[in-house]
Design a protein around this ligand. Structure first.
Ligand code: GTP
Ligand code: MG
Length: 207
C-alpha cells in the first residue's frame, strides 16, 4: 500500500495543566487575560465557579500550551478535579495590600494540596503599586517572583520556568508574538498630496 502523507495536519502541542491560586482580587484572571488578548482589564470582575483557559506560547522548542485553572475559593474545596493531574501551579498574592500576605496562610495550605511532583511558582503581583511597608520582613522570608500584570513586568516568568522544566531544556526561551500593525489606510490622491497632515487625519477617521 502506498503511504499517504498527511499535509497540513495541526501539530500536537504539548499541553500542561496549571493551577492559579491566590486570594480574591490578586490578579489571577488579569494574568490569564493579559496573555490571552494582550489587554489589561482595569475593572474587577470576580471569577465565579471554575474557569479553564488554554494559553499557548511560542518557544525556540516549538509551541507549548498551559491549561490554566482558576476557581473561586469554595470551588477549590468542592472540586476534586481541580488538583488532579496538575503539572504546575502559580501561587499569587497582592503586594499592594497593607498586609500582602493576608490570606496567604490559608492559600499556602491549599498550595500544599498541589501534588509534590507538580512544579510551583510563588508570584507577588501589582509591583506597580508602592509596596506596603507594614510587613517588610515577612516578604524576605521566601523567594518570589515580583510581577505586575498592569505594567507587563515578569508576567512570562513563571511560565518560562515551567516550560524549561517540563520540556527539560534550560535554554528554552519564549518567542514574542508578532505585533499587530495598524490597519492599512486607503488614501485619496488629495490626502497623499498633503501627507504631513496624515497622522491627525488618520486618527480622526478612526474615531
Ligand atoms: N495596579 C494593578 N492592578 C492589577 C494588577 N493585576 C490586576 N489588577 C487589578 O486587580 C483587580 C482584580 O484582578 P483579577 O484578575 O480579577 O483578580 P483575581 O485574582 O482573578 O480575583 P478573583 O477572581 O476574585 O479571585 C482588577 O481590578 C485588576 O485590574 C496589577 O499588576 N497592578
Ligand atoms: Mg478571577
Amino acid at each position: 500500500m502506498i503511504g499517504v502523507k498527511e499535509v497540513g495536519r495541526p501539530q500536537q502541542v504539548p499541553t500542561f495543566k496549571c493551577a492559579l491560586i491566590g486570594h480574591e482580587g490578586c490578579g489571577k484572571s488579569s494574568l490569564v487575560k493579559r496573555h490571552l488578548t494582550g489587554a489589561f482589564v482595569q475593572q474587577y470582575v470576580p471569577t465565579r465557579g471554575l474557569v479553564v483557559t488554554n494559553l499557548q506560547f511560542n518557544t525556540n522548542r516549538g509551541p507549548i500550551c498551559f491549561e490554566t485553572w482558576e476557581a473561586e475559593l469554595g470551588e477549590y474545596e468542592k472540586s476534586s478535579i481541580f488538583f488532579r493531574d496538575l503539572k504546575c501551579a502559580i501561587l499569587m498574592f497582592d503586594v499592594g495590600l497593607r498586609d500582602p500576605l493576608i490570606n496567604f496562610d490559608s492559600y499556602y495550605s491549599l498550595f500544599k494540596r498541589v501534588p509534590s511532583y507538580a512544579l510551583k511558582s510563588i508570584c507577588g503581583n501589582k509591583t506597580d503599586i508602592q509596596m506596603s511597608n507594614e510587613n517588610p520582613l515577612r516578604l524576605t522570608f521566601f523567594n518570589f517572583t515580583k510581577m505586575s500584570v498592569k505594567a507587563n513586568s515578569n508576567i512570562d516568568k513563571p511560565f518560562v520556568y515551567f516550560a524549561r522544566r517540563l520540556l527539560k531544556d534550560p535554554a528554552l526561551e519564549f518567542i514574542p508574538k508578532t505585533e499587530m500593525l495598524p490597519a492599512q489606510l486607503k488614501l485619496s490622491v488629495q490626502e497623499l498630496l498633503h501627507k504631513k497632515e496624515l497622522p491627525s487625519k488618520a486618527l480622526a477617521s478612526e474615531k
